[in-house]
Write a protein that binds this ligand. Structure first.
Ligand SMILES: [Fe+2]
Ligand SMILES: [Fe+2]
Length: 265
């Protein structure tokens, strides 16, 4: 069973970057299931109904979220309808939507879980370990892919080792920077600290650099901009999981710039 997972999709350039490369990636890797993190899909903050549908229509089967999941309160109106849109499972005081979803992929159950980390994050959340253990108690069997949305690489690695052998993969998101540590852990869980992002390449984690400099250092920019111009990158993971043991057999990173493999500068 092959799964393709895209890191945080940032704004319209991110959606276009993914929709442009997806047909060739589907042909090249023939994934059985496609997941993307969409927490930044609408102008960098949250996701609206239209952009959620755009992601689905370009070939993504499930969309996970993160700390920006409710930047747009309109999500309350459609998160129940879109049963492939998955918010963090450990948020507090929110009853809409779902923190995980199970899909039937060629007769194999595939569960996608989204969970928020705690280190350097502002959100008040329940324990990621307890929350994901609760999900595993509900899900009797099958492939389990955890999108661990957090700032700290060590927290994500600690979580992955804790659940090594119990889930198929722990894929980090949120930092928007792809890490060089993708591997299958000793008990068969695939892991990467961060998948990276899809969006403008010449950017500060997706945002136009000058607007970020003005906002962060001088405080005179009303908001961080997303440039529609320039190169676009796509960061993703190709994951192979044994459909009988539900453990990972390989994990491979993808880093494309305008559709071509990145060459080290
Ligand atoms: Fe993000
Ligand atoms: Fe995030």
């Amino acid at each position: 069973m092959r799964i393709l997972f895209f890191g945080d999709i940032v704004g319209n350039p991110g959606i276009l970057a993914v929709s442009d490369v997806l047909p060739s990636l589907l042909k090249r890797f023939e994934p059985d299931f496609v997941i993307a993190n969409g927490e930044n899909a609408t102008r960098g903050f949250g996701i609206n109904y239209r952009d959620a549908l755009r992601l689905r229509e370009c070939g993504i089967d499930a969309v996970t979220l993160g700390n920006h999941w409710r930047n747009r309160s309109s999500i309350d109106d459609f998160i129940e309808e879109l049963d492939w849109l998955i918010r963090p499972c450990n948020v507090r005081n929110y009853d809409f939507g779902q923190g995980y979803a199970t899909f039937d992929v060629d007769g194999v159950a595939l569960t996608v879980v989204n969970v928020l980390g705690t280190a350097f994050m502002k959100e008040e959340v329940n324990s990621p370990i307890v929350s994901v253990q609760d999900v595993l108690n509900d899900v009797s069997e099958g492939i389990v892919i955890v999108d661990y949305h957090g700032e700290s690489t060590s927290e994500k690695a600690t979580f992955a080792y804790y659940f090594d052998g119990q889930v198929s993969a722990v894929l980090g998101t949120h930092t928007h920077v792809q890490t060089n540590d993708a591997r299958v852990l000793p008990q068969g869980t695939a892991f990467i600290s961060d998948v990276g992002m899809c969006g403008p390449y010449e950017s500060v984690i997706g945002f136009e650099p000058q607007s970020v400099i003005r906002r962060l250092f001088y405080g005179d920019a009303p908001r961080m901009e997303i440039s529609e111009e320039g190169k676009r990158c796509v960061n993703a993971i190709v994951l192979d999981v044994d459909p009988e043991t539900y453990l990972a057999t390989s994990i491979q990173t993808l880093y494309l710039i305008d559709g071509k493999e990145r060459q080290d500068a």
